[in-house]
Design a protein around this ligand. Sequence first.
Ligand code: ZN
Length: 110
Amino acid sequence: MNCRTAEGMLTKYLKHELSVKELDEFMGHIESCEECREELKTCFTVDRAVRLLDLEEDSTGDPDFEKLFEQDLKRSRRYLANRTFLRFLMIFCGIVALLALVIALIIYVL
Ligand SMILES: [Zn+2]
């Protein structure tokens, strides 16, 4: 993925509208490209600040956007890791089910 594509995905990332494949590619770029990471951090901060304004003045103190940003990246990474694990688990279960079927067939034939 190049910077231009990544920039085009910033808004969708913030709205959590990226598909798993898009998110995977986007995160890969963000982790390797300092410029896009900074750009994302800026957009993230603006996005959160606007949302806080919408919530009126009931928040206590200044929110730590840097920390929130890191948490958001971590959450996205965890989401991707869970998806990968889930896919692995489904393939594994599929293989086990197939093996069970083959064994049952062998026992039946013998
Ligand atoms: Zn970039």
